[in-house]
Write a protein that binds this ligand. Structure first.
Ligand code: FRU
Length: 470
């Protein structure tokens, strides 16, 4: 037994190219910002045990979105509380005055959460070396107005008013605030979740513009805690936590959902993509989510490998017009070179010699792809006439938690809109990401095989190419 509690029989669940904490616990992505050729990534971090606890911001950086270098813990708890989720901006014009125009500050906007009574207020901290943070003496910058669940500020540039804005979660709705200097904030509007979409308690919103064939639209993402009495009532509430989005406009004060939809829009159709938000200061819209689910994350067997919690790969987003209206389409960022070196898999059995790889699939009809090992574990990915289905009910360990073992968490389904399309599958030790239907149908699911998968079995009208990821 080593200092992380690792035993000799520990399985190898630590992903190679997906972000994990150096040890112990992580949840939500925080403060994602692109500065001087580097992607800075912060995350909800509890450095002292492999379970949720008093939150810090962990910090890592990458130049290619696949290989991450751990930096010292970014932000520590203080007398206002522990450090809940939030965002960073690269304040190029030095509106905040925390740096200079020559050396602009990175400014973090986060929630101070008081553990003793749950009071939540918004605070800021800044860094001029993009590694060490100084908290602002005037915190909190947005005191609590008497609202429960008042958290997770996501700051963004407001092109209408030419100032900063932020969107934060406030119980059953989100609120918008504006500021010239990131220190003084004024409330400008609200958006209620659930009128056209799912209701519940909001968390981790994000709001950003995207280009479409008809010009600019805005997307509002909200992660939702589904009300207890509604859990399991329908397809969208089969889980306790889901991430939805809305499409519309931003008028400078608030978001308006101009595109109404019959059903909620989902950021992911799998169980394991929550609190997903985008990078700031990047022309393209690139999203990363926490690849876990609150229903079982605190129990997942990766603790035997010294960590709990992992992120999705970075996904570039486009807003495309489909026969059902506007939908986000996702593609993995950072795999461009690796994808070029691919080889075809044959119909039937193919030997698998690695636990981190990608598959490029041309979908022409129906079929399936199965990962198997010699101890009887299998993940089954099926393409039917109208659905993509990822069945992880026999994928490996599942007894560690009653939710994980349930069929509604085990069988993940996404609608198929296209007859012919591309699908990309990435597997990395304990996380499976399927971007089907040209990226319109993402399914992320974590799995804990008892032994590495050793075979890929292909059948049906699928043309599958394999590539290595390292
Ligand atoms: C979402 C969340 C946030 C909060 C953070 C605490 O997963 O509950 O609302 O800021 O996690 O770790």
């Amino acid at each position: 037994m080593n200092r992380y509690g690792l035993t000799k029989t520990a399985k190898d669940y630590r992903p190679l190219v997906h972000i994990t904490p150096p040890s112990n616990w992580c949840n939500d992505p925080n403060g994602m910002v692109y500065v001087n050729g580097e992607y800075h990534f912060f995350y909800q971090y509890y450095p002292y045990a492999p379970n949720w606890g008093p939150m810090h911001w962990g910090h890592c950086v990458s130049r290619d979105l696949l290989h991450w270098k751990e930096l010292p813990t970014g932000i520590y708890p203080d007398e206002l509380g522990v450090i809940f989720s939030g965002s960073c901006v690269f304040d190029k014009e030095n509106f905040s005055g925390f740096g200079t125009k020559e050396n602009p500050p990175m400014v973090a906007v986060f929630t101070s959460h008081l553990m003793k009574d749950g009071l939540e207020q918004q605070s800021i901290a800044y860094s001029v070396d993009y590694e060490h943070f100084e908290k602002y003496y005037g915190n909190p910058v947005i005191p609590n107005p008497g609202q429960n669940d008042f958290r997770d500020p996501k700051a963004f540039w407001n092109p209408v008013k030419e100032c900063y804005s932020l969107v934060l979660a406030a119980g059953d709705h989100v609120e918008f605030y504006a500021s010239k200097d990131l220190k003084n904030w004024e409330k400008t509007g609200e958006f209620k979740a659930g009128v056209n979409g799912l209701d519940g308690i909001c968390e981790c919103p994000d709001c950003f513009p995207v280009q479409t064939e008809d010009g600019e639209k805005w997307v509002l993402i909200i992660s939702m805690i589904v009300p207890e009495e509604k859990i399991g009532m329908d397809y969208y509430t089969r889980m306790t936590h889901v991430t939805q989005y809305y499409v519309g406009e931003f008028d400078g004060d608030k978001f308006i959902d101009t595109e109404k939809n019959a059903a909620p829009l989902m950021i992911d159709f799998g169980t394991d993509n929550y609190a997903a938000v985008t990078f700031q200061n990047l022309e393209e819209k690139v999203l990363v989510g926490w690849a876990d689910n609150w229903a079982y994350a605190n129990y997942s067997p990766t603790a035997e490998c010294g960590f709990r919690g992992k992120m999705t790969l970075a996904r570039k987003m486009k807003l495309v017009k489909t026969q059902k209206g506007y939908r986000l389409a996702f593609s993995n960022e950072g795999l461009e070179l690796l994808r070029k070196n691919s080889c075809s898999l044959k119909e039937g059995k193919n030997r698998l010699r690695t636990s981190t790889f990608g598959l490029k699939v041309e979908v022409e009809g129906e079929g399936s792809i199965v990962f198997k090992n010699s101890v009887g574990d299998e993940i089954v990915i099926t393409v039917t006439e109208d659905e993509y289905v990822v069945d992880r009910t026999k994928a490996g360990q599942k007894e560690f938690n009653e939710f994980y073992a349930k069929e509604c968490y085990g069988i993940n389904r996404a609608p198929r809109l296209k007859k012919e399309s591309n699908m990309e599958i990435v597997f990395d030790k304990c996380i499976l990401e399927v971007l089907a239907d040209d990226g319109l149908a993402p399914i992320t699911a974590c799995v804990f095989p008892n032994h590495p998968y050793e075979e890929i079995v292909v059948s049906g009208d699928l043309d599958v190419k394999f590539f290595n990821i390292y």
